[in-house]
Design a protein around this ligand. Sequence first.
Ligand code: NIG
Ligand code: FE
Length: 404
Amino acid sequence: MILFTNIGELAGIAPEGLLRRQGAEMADAGILHDAWLAVEGGKIVDFGTGPAPEADETIDACGGMILPAFCDSHTHVVYAGSREGEFLDKINGLSYEQIAARGGGILNSSDLLNATPEDELYRQSMERVREVLAKGTGSLEIKSGYGLNPEGEMKMLRVIRRIRESVPAQVVSTFLGAHAVGRGYTREAYVQAVIDIIPEAAGLADFVDVFCDEGFFTPEDTARILEAGAACGLRGKIHANELAVSGGVQVGVRHNALSVDHLERTGDAEIEALRGTGTMPVMLPGSSFFLGIPYGRAKDYIRAGLGLALASDYNPGSSPSGDMRFVMALACVKMRLTPAEALNAVTLNGAYAMGLSGETGSVTRGKRADLILTRPGWTLAKLPYLHHTPFIRSLYLTGKESLF
Ligand code: NIG
Ligand code: FE
């Protein structure tokens, strides 16, 4: 047994069986002061204050924090090359939609990906995976969606599988064939091609995604793809309401999607549609920041009693960062979340949005010991406040200290 003693703040404690925090529950960061925590067999076995049990190994936290490793439920870290040229176009005034209409954007990444050998794609992507683990992410979702033809999409899913097998973090895989219409297809033909490869993709993917938005895929396309996914055991996690009030939230909820993500442009109807459902709204403040588009109405969602997860959306076009502490800072500064709400959004609720909250995402007896041990002097409020000051002393994944 490993025992952590002298923990100034043990944060992210959640009762057994609680799979997500919603509404007013999100204000509860689950904090104990001056605590200890015991880990055995890669799992959290106990924690508390006062006298600690005997242990084989004791680690003095020196008054630092222990919190759950971040759960990043929405990323596109498998991609080839870079799009910094478009960054310059954006500075010079072009919008995300204008860049895409010129053949840039997702299609640019698709050309780069299809020209990159699989081993090289793995190598480039692993650099980003190591980068995010070094920043405290312990579980992450990775999407396909830059192949945009059957061969390229399967290549991406194989790379995601290889990443899952080579890192101690938990990785889940999402088939996002419908990210943009692949070159040489009409939209109708491409939607059919996506549906046709779902049975094969389902051998490697855990979820199915569609970019349901203006200029990309319609709610009808989305419904067909979600139905084809469900027939192969893939639940939806969809891109919705980033560029327009797209109907994406409603179609996602109707098809029992696990999450609906982005939500920069939603009205009261979307909030109403989500109430009382198992679908987690996921907001991606890194893309609002980078694209200069509105932030989602996070506070209204919480006031309406909904849960909320936050993710990085790490990708080369709209959010070139996987730093979950920066996500927390944007949520606090731009969306007025409290640090406690932001913590729940990047841990337990993020785990929920990957179907992992029964096993990770909080300090709970029996869950995997996926934990961040901070340097001395850190508190919950300092995480988003001192948002770029190094804070991690060690990251533990399944109870093992992990260096990246
Ligand atoms: O989540 N919105 C669609 N897809 C990504 C962007 C992908 C890209 O531009 O490469 C997103 O923001
Ligand atoms: Fe995305």
